[in-house]
Design a protein around this ligand. Structure first.
Ligand code: FRU
Length: 490
């Protein structure tokens, strides 16, 4: 693949060429190699002809493209979303002589039915053979897809979407071949038009040795911001049944480009859960103006997750950037007394055209701050007047709200490609950060208490960052740092 195009993200995964959507089959192997598969049309720039593409990484940022892992059997049987497990104990019987056998469990989509198939790999996930007893699960439905399998104590557990019934099925198995229906979770959270890509994952609770279960459900279309979004539901799981902890619908991003997130299989128990999402939206993904560079769609950066119990709003799934040390370069600017000041960083000399900033706040008093107390930032181009901007308000009627605006970049003709996003936080942020990567920005409040991912497509690279604070009360402490981000593809 050619990763040099001006819109090509440099620290986000994108396919060598062609069209990509959901992350699939993600697992980490015993050697610490991360495997990412993805919904892939290698021959076109729109969805269709769906394979599983494959890439591997040692640090979740530097990826090596691997040969395509799963191929459609014919032109009308598409390999849809699914997951992988490592069958260490050979429960499947496929792997008598090894403990690193990989099984992929996924949906085969045909014009008349969606069924679940498995394929197995003797070489640790690089090449697969189709099981001759497929399908392993079929209910005679055209809307039954996206199996995600995990290991629970002594059995396999699958969550799968009965997409248009707004139900997530839970199935169990001893051998990955025979699946038994256990229970349903229905009509939880935001319904949208259908449920897709469920995940069930154990997530540590901050500040304790406890863990809770989280069910994620992707909905499309019908997200609060329009189109597709991932929502999450904290709760309890006993091996067959999931019970939500409350009635609250919570979404994973306040912007429009974070969908179908999947969690890695094989991360050690007790450690943070790790996910990657698809950084696009079904409302406009087949129209985004990257086609001339030969590719469409990127993934989000990897996220590290734990749960926090917030005073007013309850369980919050923290979605923090996974170890940025792998990509952070030199400091471009630093100010430990950034009160009511502005800084401009010209990074046109940086070959990656990617940058990270982080601002930390300890505001002087708990009194109400002036209504204009805010942080604002803008990434702008040299000559076209294009920019992507955002900010956070500390005072006034909008205190605790963040915004992101991609409206001053090249617009393509799609009514759903909307410009402005915002989020209300319960309480004021003490940290605001953002990763800018050519055609994608990911903004984080308090290191992932909330995050917003938005794609944008400037006609000229945005190479200048201006950040400013105003209206900060005297005696506050505000620190800002801006860092170069090194290309993971160069
Ligand atoms: C979600 C989804 C899945 C399906 C796949 C097809 O984005 O629609 O439900 O398996 O994409 O590419």
């Amino acid at each position: 693949g050619d990763y040099s195009g001006p819109l090509r993200p440099q620290v986000h995964f994108s396919p060598p060429q062609g069209f990509m959507n959901d992350p699939n089959g993600m697992f980490v192997d015993a050697n610490g190699t991360w495997h990412l598969y993805y919904q892939y049309n290698p021959t076109g720039l729109v969805p269709g002809n769906t394979h599983w593409g494959h890439a591997t990484s040692q640090d979740l940022y530097h990826w090596t493209n691997q040969p395509i892992a799963l191929f459609p059997e014919n032109s009308t049987a598409l390999i849809f979303t699914g997951s992988c497990v490592v069958d260490v104990n050979n429960t499947s019987g496929f792997f008598p002589d090894q403990d690193n056998g990989v099984v992929a469990i996924y949906t085969l989509n045909t014009p008349t039915e969606e069924v679940q198939q498995i394929s197995y790999s003797f070489d640790g996930g690089y090449s697969f053979e189709r099981y001759d007893g497929n399908p392993v699960l079929r209910i005679g439905s055209t809307q039954f897809r996206d199996p995600k399998v995990i290991w629970y104590n002594d059995h396999w557990v699958m969550v799968i979407a009965f997409a248009q019934d707004f139900a997530i099925g839970i199935y169990t198995s001893a051998d990955l071949k025979e699946w038994k229906f256990a229970s349903n979770v229905t009509h939880v959270g935001i319904l949208g038009n259908q449920y897709e890509c469920p995940n069930l994952v154990q997530v540590p609770v901050e500040g304790s040795d406890d863990a809770m279960w989280v069910l994620t459900i992707s909905i499309n279309p019908g997200a609060p911001q329009g189109g597709s979004i991932t929502q999450y539901i904290p709760g309890d799981f006993n091996g067959t049944h999931f019970t939500p902890v409350d009635q609250v619908a919570r979404t994973s991003s306040f912007a429009k480009d974070d969908y179908a997130a999947q969690f890695f299989y094989g991360t050690p128990a007790g450690s943070d859960a790790i996910s990657i999402g698809w950084a696009s939206n079904w409302q406009y993904t087949d129209q985004v103006p990257t086609a001339w560079e030969g590719w469409r769609s990127a993934m989000t950066i990897p996220r590290r997750h734990y749960l926090k119990n917030l005073t007013r709003t309850g369980w919050d799934l923290i979605s923090a950037p996974y170890n940025l040390d792998a990509i952070l370069g030199g400091e471009l600017s630093y100010d430990s007394d950034f009160i009511n000041k502005s800084v401009t960083v010209d990074f046109s000399g940086s070959p990656s055209n990617a940058i990270w900033f982080q601002a930390n706040f300890t505001l002087a008093s708990n009194l109400i701050y002036p209504s204009y107390a805010s942080l604002n930032f803008s990434f702008s181009s040299k000559s076209t007047g294009e920019s992507v901007s955002g900010g956070y308000l500390f005072g006034g009627a909008n205190a605790g709200q963040a915004w992101l605006d991609r409206g001053r970049t090249y617009a393509f003709d799609n009514p759903f490609y909307t410009n402005r996003f915002s989020i209300a936080q319960a309480g004021l942020a003490s940290q605001i950060s953002a990763l800018f990567d050519r055609s994608i920005i990911e903004m984080f409040l308090d290191g992932g208490d909330h995050s917003g991912t938005a794609t944008f497509f400037p006609s000229e690279p945005l190479t200048r960052l201006t950040v400013a604070t105003t209206g900060m009360p005297e005696g506050s402490e505000v620190r800002i740092g801006v860092w170069q981000v090194n290309s993971a593809w160069a």
